[in-house]
Structures are given as structure tokens and as C-alpha cells.
Ligand binder design. Sequence first.
Ligand SMILES: [Zn+2]
Ligand SMILES: [Zn+2]
Length: 303
Amino acid sequence: MEVKRFWEIKSSGGYNPNYNHLVPRVEDPDFRERMEYLREFSLYRESLNVGQPRAKNTEKFIIEGKLVHGSKYGYDNAIYINSTTEVILYCYKCQKHFYQIAGNHREYGCFACARKDLGARKATKKSEFIRRAKKLHRFNNYDNIIFESCNRKVKNIFCTLCDRYFDSFGEAHINPNKPIGCPYCRRSKAEICAENYLSDNGYKFTAQYTDPTLKLTNVLKIDFMIYINDKMYAVELNGKQHYIQANRSKDMELNRRNFELYQLRDRAKVDWCAERDIPLLVVSYLDFKKIPELIEAFIVENT
Ligand SMILES: [Zn+2]
Ligand SMILES: [Zn+2]
């Protein structure tokens, strides 16, 4: 094939047409042969640029590529035709050839590596999510989660307190000020704070403690039951609604009855603990900032 014939088979139209049809595939049996043609063609084109010192050629393309990408890529088969024609590059990391439009090489490298990097970034996001989530939700298990990103619903979080799976919006789940946890347990920030304190200090305890004898009409729960030397110590964290009537409903009679129920339940818990000689610490919402100190003082005082 005469070198001149390349002109005849150049791509149709356009200001800067590409010559991709001349670039052989590495797996082609006549790859070497066709590369020779391509090299001749590039030299022929280069010869047309004599007197234009800034015109790009293979040599300049390779120098620039190495300047931008260092020693990541091999250029043994790189032949520069023009900015819109593919160049054959070799990725040392993937140990594979790849094709790239010459004009894109300054900005981009190997596509496979780029995809892997993206995957890795996603993976660190996932592990970072789990790390932060575990600090806030100690009783959750993240082994089977389906994680896309923190801006999406994270699926399949397992709550070991109620043995249920739930989904949660990533950001909301790890929000340090108002972490949204298991919707079935509805753990408050105060509970999480107490839980972390007890876990960090190696206490044995049950969250949401229940006992068949502890009930009003329904079974009641004590927020934390701590076990020290076969003795039990109860901790209740009482939000505002325990002290001030929360008018959540338009029905004021309902609001009043609900508030009364809070007081009856609280009274029942105090009595239940007193009857069994179980020391009880009730932390009011006004003291939620001091939960660790209050629990510590309570334990020291009663053991
Ligand atoms: Zn690569
Ligand atoms: Zn739960």
C-alpha cells in the first residue's frame, strides 16, 4: 500500500477528521504490519507541517504524556496522527493496551484505572459510613448493608435490639447531632450517649429493659439496666414530655390524658425499682448534657 493512499481513505468531512480506521487493534493478526503503515502515514503528515515548529507529532505527544502522567503508561505503540485520532497506549497497572483520542490524553489516563479508583473511593465512603454509624448506633450491624452513597437510602441495616432490618438515609443516620436510628426502637441522642458511655466503660447492661412484672396496662421499659456484681442499677432518661404536657394533638383532652400516662408510667417504674431495692437514676432532659457524669456519680454512690 502506498503511503499516499491514506489520503484517499481519510475520514469523511469535518474540520479535523479522525483517522481511527487506520489504527489497528492490538489483537489483529496483521497488527505489526498495519502499525508500520500508520507510522509512515504519521511521518508523511508531519512532513506537511515543516515550518510549523509547534505542530504536534508523535515525539512531542509522548514527551507531553510523560510530563502529565509520569511513568504510568507505555508509549511503544503510540503514533500521533492528529488530536482527534486514537493513540494506542499501554497501562502498566492494568497490564493492558487501551485506546484514547490523542487530544484527551493530557486530561485523562487509563479508563479501567479511573473506574477502579472511583470504585475505591466509593468503598472508602462505605467504610467511613460504617465507622461513623457504629459510633452512634452500637446495636446495629452493618455486615449486610446495601450502600450507594450517603445521599441515598442505606438498606439492610440490622438492629440487634429488636432483631429487625431497616433502611435509613445515610446522612441522617450518621448525623452527629440528631442521628436517626432504628425506626422500631427510636433511640434518642440521650440514649445513644448513655449507651456509648456504658459500653466504653465496660459495663454489662441491657437497653430497653423489660420484665413481666414491670407494667402498667402494657409492659413498661426501663431505658438502661446496668449489672454490677449481681446487682441491678436502673437508669431512666426522661425527655421534656415527661415533665411538660406536649400538645401534639388538637384534641386537648387527649394531650392531657397522654401526659397523665407519662406520669403514671414513671411512677410505676419508681415503685417497681423501690420494691426490688434497685437504685434508680432518673436523668431529666435538662441534664442530658451531663449523662456520663451523672451515671458515673450514680454508680459510685450506690456500689
Ligand atoms: Zn489501567
Ligand atoms: Zn430496633
